[in-house]
Design a protein around this ligand. Structure first.
Ligand code: HDE
Length: 480
């Protein structure tokens, strides 16, 4: 039997009595000198950090990524330099709109954020379980999220707000069709795919750039939860998905995903039939087939939820050599937004927290700032260049130049965009039963929405596919 640990204060002073406050006499007032009581209350008041403004409810696990195909012709990333290479990873799954304590089994896209601790720095692939998104211009993001969250007067969520925004934003139709189809509620986090969603890039030592889409295909099989079952479980076990992931890993039933890419030569982007940087569009596999490149396995649960899952900080801008971003406007905005969110939520030195700390040497010239736990660079020079052997910018390769053309302007992101074909393609891919399930889910969600908005949205469904629009109109008893 190990020696019983003695409780202490935060300063390490042993505690003799953690049951009774110090009072003046048995019934007297509590004394200010009870510093143990004061410390406990003060820390308790400061336990919450701001929750994520989106993706607040989540579940995380560590894992391993193993390279299964040589793609060193596309990228100089050491991780992909040879088959069999591997690195540790941390994945956080999440819902989008719900708050920290909200239920898991709601209809919502799922965050699928993967941190690869590579030997050349962390690569973060911060995606969702759907290949597209509701909007294509970041200027609309806060408006979109506001419409998904709570009314300003009653503080309640509201279908009218949601459908008003979507019906006024036709670019959302593709993702709305994903969301209200069966994929909108995964049975577990293990039974869904993941996507980087955006177009990213890879580049090699020859200075060649390739556009790339990342896919994570579940090896557990896609399995979804019908709306009625999901509603019941949301009430019975709000942490259903978190519990399933934890228990699966605890019993050694490690979930796996095959990691695949679509590759587009840089020059194709100019003349491809659609804007390859438009986040509301997919690249048809017929044009750019999937190439398997690796396998992700989750195999270790966090030891402390707050320290590891709540403090996990993912950044689309964490791109080691050989990985790159793209002109996708939404990705561009995310490059700034994520580190900004982390600095606000968990402090300027968030990257040094254990769950975020790279598994390779870090030599920045960032100094000081709150909660600087990592030695603050000791006596290393604090400026660069310097004559005292400080770290220097001598890495031999860097991303090739990106050709830019056109004036700086606010271009209409809806001009000339086809918001209907791919939504219609997705509808036509479904079986009649799944089409009816999609329609039923939409009809249920549009109950009570003003008819002007219903009509506007049904008009979009009609343009995607007449059967889609007529099905929803019939369900809403609209004489179309
Ligand atoms: Fe996010 N997003 N996002 N997002 N997002 C955040 O970062 C943002 C978008 C995604 O498990 C925030 O730490 C902007 C697309 C995931 O910790 C914030 C835009 C995709 C997670 C933020 C988008 C995502 C976030 C909230 C429009 C899929 C959780 C707190 C330009 C490709 C990661 C935070 C985790 C979290 C900003 C749109 C996925 C506010 C500005 C598109 C998985 O920074």
């Amino acid at each position: 039997m190990s020696k019983q640990k003695t409780m202490t204060t935060a300063a390490g002073c042993p505690v003799a009595d953690n049951q009774n406050s110090i009072t003046a006499g048995a019934r007297g007032p509590v004394l200010m000198q009870d510093v143990h009581l004061m410390e406990k209350m003060a820390h308790f008041n400061r336990e919450r950090v701001p929750e994520r403004v989106v993706h607040a409810k989540g579940a995380g696990a560590y894992g391993t990524f193993t390279v299964t195909k040589d793609i060193s012709n596309y990228t100089c990333a050491k991780l992909f330099s040879k088959v069999g290479n591997s690195c540790e990873t941390f994945v956080r799954f999440s819902t989008v709109a719900g708050e920290l304590g909200s239920a898991d089994t709601v209809r919502d896209p799922r965050g699928f954020a993967v941190k690869f601790y590579t030997e050349e720095g962390n690569w973060d692939l911060v995606g969702n379980n759907t290949p597209v998104f509701f909007i294509r211009d970041p200027l609309k993001f806060s408006d979109f999220i506001h419409s998904q969250k709570r009314l300003p007067d009653t503080g309640m969520r509201d279908n009218t707000m949601q459908w008003d925004f979507w019906s006024l934003s036709p670019e959302s139709l593709h993702q709305v069709t994903w969301l209200f189809g069966e994929r909108g509620i995964p049975r577990t986090l293990r039974n869904m795919d993941g996507f980087g969603s955006h177009t990213f890039s890879l580049w090699n030592e020859l200075g060649e750039r390739f556009w790339v889409k990342w896919h994570l295909k579940t090896e557990q099989g896609i399995d979804c939860m019908p709306a009625d079952e999901a509603a019941r479980i949301a009430g019975e076990d709000p942490d259903h998905h978190r519990r399933d992931l934890h228990d699966a890993i605890a019993r050694g039933d490690n979930p796996k995903w095959v990691v695949k890419i679509q590759i587009m030569p840089e020059a194709d982007a100019e003349n491809y039939k659609l804007n390859p940087f438009d986040l509301t569009k997919v690249w048809p596999y017929a044009d750019y087939p999937l190439i398997e490149v690796g396998e992700l396995e989750l195999n270790r649960n966090p030891v402390n939820h707050f320290a590891e899952v709540e403090q996990a900080a993912f950044e689309p801008g964490n791109l080691p050599p050989g990985f790159g971003a793209s002109p996708d406007k939404m990705l561009q905005a995310r490059l700034l937004s994520y580190p900004d969110a982390h600095r606000y939520r968990i402090g300027v030195n968030y990257a040094a927290l254990d769950v975020n700390k790279p598994r390779c040497p870090v030599h920045t010239y960032h100094r000081d700032g709150q909660t600087r736990f990592d030695g603050n660079g000791a006596a290393e020079p604090v400026y660069q260049p310097n004559s005292f052997n400080g770290a220097t910018d001598n890495f031999p390769v860097q991303e090739p130049p990106l050709r830019i053309k056109g004036d700086a302007d606010r271009y209409d992101h809806r001009e000339g965009s086809d918001d209907y074909s791919q939504a219609g393609d997705l509808f036509r891919l479904m079986t009649p039963e799944k089409q009816q399930e999609l329609i039923d889910n939409i009809v249920a969600a549009m109950q009570g929405v003003p008819q002007e908005i219903q009509l506007r949205q049904v008009g979009h469904f009609m343009k995607a596919d007449p059967a889609y629009g007529e099905g929803v109109a019939r369900g809403l008893k609209i004489d179309f």
